[in-house]
Design a protein around this ligand. Structure first.
Ligand code: GCU
Length: 410
């Protein structure tokens, strides 16, 4: 296709598999320096250069931010969730950046397990939105008015009624606790508000970035996840060596980038992360790089926008981002009601990462094509395509808890 027609295509979303123009994925076993890779050692020698390419072209290069971090216990309770869990609320602050309100971490730890593995992830509407626990502190930070309900969010601030009301995702604390896992979550707006100019009052403004095009909001949110892990490493009640980073949708994109950069995360779960996350960029299906950059100019770096109309010239695709997580386990899920995220493109992306996991002796998905709905496949690398809408729901968590028990905590 000519560049002009490619660009015209990418401005619209296609939902017809038959209309996807042919594309060639960059060979995953060819290094950035063009040499062939045939073992894990060679892959690891190639890894930093590939990671750097993703940073420079999509997510922005993470700046070195050296500041003293403080962990303040705001609240703890040994009888949370009907007495089954310990609840902790921890505030992480940065000495050099007092203008940032800090990260409010909500943690639940099962009482019946010693040092459990932990799910770590961001949430969309504040910790208080995840359950009906009245002791969870209400977020004070700017938020997107997802629900457009003035009883719950007014002037971009959460009200008391935004408790236990998360519409875009959920964290079933009790189900997680019952299976013997801990969870640690924080509101993504704690570190940077999610709107085009949000960087000015968020982390990027605080560290003195003069514009928003070098780094990105995704980069800032990934950084937040690593700071949450910094705290967890200091908490003797949790096994931080088994921290599973998880995220839904835009927060899945952030979790993906966090898992790639921060190898302390033991595993990664992508819940419908779509374009800029699990989905292959070269497939013209659902949301495209052009659409996402237009609607969310702050999510990725300026350089990513220069590939408009010419995504085939990007020197990599998302299968290589999965490969950067190897040999750690990965779970990818898609939903039938979320064609926007390109479910088959998410499957194919993980599928095409298999050769790198194989260098470590890790098995692939065990199937060649996207499985039917509600049929999880694979083990170390897992995938499911469930019925229902764009969300992180009970079915998804049931699978993730199994994966965590069978693969991460074995
Ligand atoms: C929009 C966006 C997606 C994103 C989603 C979400 O739909 O286009 O890329 O994943 O929001 O975060 O829910």
């Amino acid at each position: 296709l000519s560049l002009i027609s490619q660009s015209m295509l990418a401005q619209n979303a296609n939902y017809d598999e038959a209309k996807i123009p042919p594309y060639t994925l960059p060979d995953i076993l060819t290094g950035v320096n063009k040499t062939k890779i045939s073992n894990a050692k060679q892959w690891e020698a190639n890894r930093p250069a590939l990671l750097q390419l993703f940073a420079e072209n999509v997510y922005g290069v993470t700046p070195t931010i050296s500041t003293k971090q403080r962990f303040k216990v705001l609240e703890t309770n040994n009888n949370a969730l009907s007495g089954k869990a310990i609840r902790k609320q921890i505030l992480i602050t940065f000495d050099d950046y007092p203008q940032l309100s800090g990260i409010n971490l909500l943690i639940y730890i099962p009482k019946h397990v010693k040092k459990p593995p932990v799910f770590v992830g961001l949430n969309f509407e504040g910790n208080q939105s995840l359950g009906n626990d009245p002791a969870v502190l209400l977020t004070q930070n700017w938020m997107v008015d997802f629900q457009k309900n003035p009883e719950r969010v007014r002037d971009h601030r959460a009200l008391e009624a935004l408790r236990g009301n998360a519409v875009v995702e959920s964290w079933p604390a009790e189900a997680i606790i019952d299976k013997g896992f801990a969870m640690a979550t924080a509101y993504y707006g704690d570190i940077e508000p999610d709107y085009a100019e949000g960087w000015k009052i968020g982390l990027r403004g605080a560290i003195g970035m003069a514009d928003d095009q070098k780094w990105s909001a995704m980069g800032a949110w990934a950084w937040q996840l690593s700071r949450m892990l910094d705290y967890l490493e200091t908490d003797a009640d949790i096994n931080s060596k088994k921290a599973i980073v998880i995220g839904h949708s835009r927060l899945g994109k952030a979790a993906f980038w966090a898992a790639v950069q921060d190898q302390r995360f033991a595993a990664f779960i992508s819940n419908e992360s779509g374009e800029g996350g699990a989905a292959l960029k070269r497939r013209w299906y659902g949301e495209t790089h052009e659409i996402i950059n237009k609607n969310f100019p702050h999510w990725f770096s300026g350089k990513y926008k220069t590939y408009s109309g010419n995504i085939a010239s990007l020197p990599f695709d998302q299968h290589q981002l999965f490969a950067l997580i190897a040999p750690r386990p990965v779970y990818v899920s898609s939903a039938e009601g979320d064609q926007w995220a390109d479910p088959n493109g998410e499957f194919l992306s993980l599928k095409n990462a298999e050769p790198v996991f194989a260098l470590y002796g890790k098995k692939g998905l065990g199937v060649d094509a996207q499985p039917p709905v509600n049929t999880p496949v694979g083990s170390h690398l897992r995938y499911h395509y469930r019925s229902g809408k764009h969300d992180m729901n009970a079915y998804d968590w049931e699978q993730y808890l199994k994966f965590a028990a069978e693969v991460v905590n074995k």
